[in-house]
Design a protein around this ligand. Structure first.
Ligand code: 7TS
Length: 424
């Protein structure tokens, strides 16, 4: 047997014994059977949003068909049932994150809203003039701009943790940023533009030594890594349902109960109060204090179904599959002459950002699309990262649990085609 054949056989054996079968997983996602411009869809834009398994689609459909009602208010049958399903989803999220209590799980619109909530509630109460917030050089705009808005409102400053040419944060430099004025650290767990997995446990430990709480942006990490908020001891953790094979318009802010309790409401309205008179309003208990108005009930329930699905296929097996696929893709794409990978950290997951000599990333994306291959091209809402690496944009393939080696091969073939089109 040739060396290549025995490697393939070994891979098959390994996957069979691990219980992760990517072909079986693919059958759970109806959209993967679609053709794009007559070609099979190759979906490599999972960092932007993921596709949805049938169980999530059917859960949403079932909710609207048989359970739809407003929650926390009706005494009728359907309202009780919808409330129960919504609260079960909260308990599912709490277990998924390893939270101590479901009261620490606030349903929001997504990561962006979760961060804005902390900035406007925690930030406006506990951060004042001359105080500082520490963010990293690889943040998504949604973990930069809310702090800049707060900066305008209260007169605080922003400090930035630098990174090296591989896209790894400089932890020693980070430690030097602390002063008595440091009031919060806000850092991403996994960079959407580079794929770097940050050592959040260490980052949090250092911050806590200085008595400073930490918010972790988990938008990209939650779908790819096992997260345990008590193990890493973060104070806040935010993620989005739609990047985790769940619906759009729903996400989660985890916060330690002691902090959430001390924070004022973010928005006012129904459900977040316990009593209202024109003179004085008393706020509801956690987590309802932060869920003003009718929430995305179906979305939360759908997110619960997505987490159940991930638990069933096992996130640890998904992570192993994606790690192997990223290594395969990295080797194949970097072997193409003229390609430069942006983001070469030792600890990486799911994201392969690259530039091609003499070709704009948007042109790469457009030509790939002709072959039914979906990637993202641009600054990935992380313009400071592009500036740091001296590129206007990158092409980015981002992996999900249903991607295969054949799809990576299709990507490589299509990049070669881009080179031919541009005479490179
Ligand atoms: N933080 C990170 C690290 C992200 O990657 C994103 C979205 C967000 C926050 C915002 O999440 P949202 O669900 O509230 O929008 N990132 C991307 C991306 O990489 N391509 O499209 C959206």
């Amino acid at each position: 047997m040739s060396a290549a054949a025995s490697t393939i056989l070994e891979g098959i054996r390994r996957n069979a014994s691990s219980g992760f079968d990517v072909e079986e997983v693919r059958r759970d996602f109806p959209i993967l059977g679609e053709k794009v411009r007559g070609k099979p869809l190759v979906y490599l834009d999972n960092a932007a949003t993921t596709q949805k398994p049938r169980v999530v689609i059917e859960r949403l459909d079932g909710y609207y068909r048989t359970e739809n009602a407003n929650i926390h208010r009706g005494i009728h049958f359907l309202s009780e049932r919808a409330t129960q399903a919504y609260e079960e989803a909260r308990a599912t999220v709490a277990r998924f994150l390893g939270a101590a209590d479901a009261r620490e799980i606030v349903f929001v619109r997504g990561t962006t809203e979760g961060i804005n909530l902390v900035a406007q509630s925690y930030g406006r109460k506990f951060i004042g003039e001359g105080d500082e917030i520490v963010v990293s050089a690889m943040e998504h705009h949604s973990n930069i701009v809310p702090w800049q808005i707060l900066r305008e409102q209260v007169g605080a400053g922003l400090r930035v943790i630098p990174m090296n040419d591989h896209g790894e944060l400089l932890v020693d430099e980070y430690e030097r940023l602390f002063s008595d004025q440091t009031k919060l650290v806000a850092v991403t767990h996994l960079s959407n533009a580079l794929g770097t997995i940050n050592p959040v446990g260490e980052i949090i430990q250092i911050a806590h030594r200085h008595g400073v709480p930490v918010l972790v942006d988990g938008a990209q990490a939650a779908p790819h890594l096992r997260v345990d908020v008590r193990e890493i001891d973060c104070d806040f953790y935010a993620f989005s349902g739609h990047k985790l094979y769940g619906p759009t318009g729903v996400g989660v802010l985890y916060g330690k109960a002691s902090l959430l309790d001390a924070m004022p409401p973010y928005q006012g309205g129904g459900d977040m109060i316990s009593s209202v008179t024109f003179e004085k309003t008393l706020y509801n208990v956690l987590p309802y204090k932060f869920e003003a108005g009718t929430p995305n009930i179906a979305g939360a329930i759908g997110l619960g179904a997505a987490i159940d699905y991930l638990s069933k296929v096992r996130l640890d097996l998904v992570a192993a599959h994606e790690r192997e696929l990223l290594a395969y893709a990295t080797e194949a794409v970097s072997a193409i002459k003229g390609v430069r990978i942006i983001g070469t950290a030792r600890e990486k997951a799911a994201v392969l950002s690259f530039v091609l000599d003499g070709v704009h990333a948007h042109d790469v994306g457009t030509i790939l699309d002709q072959d039914g291959i979906a990637i993202r091209a641009g600054h990935h809402c992380a313009m400071p990262v592009m500036e740091r690496f001296g590129v206007p944009a990158t092409a980015r393939a981002s992996l999900g649990l249903y991607n295969t080696r054949e799809e990576v091969d299709a990507l490589v073939g299509a990049i070669e085609k881009v080179k031919r089109v541009f005479g490179r």
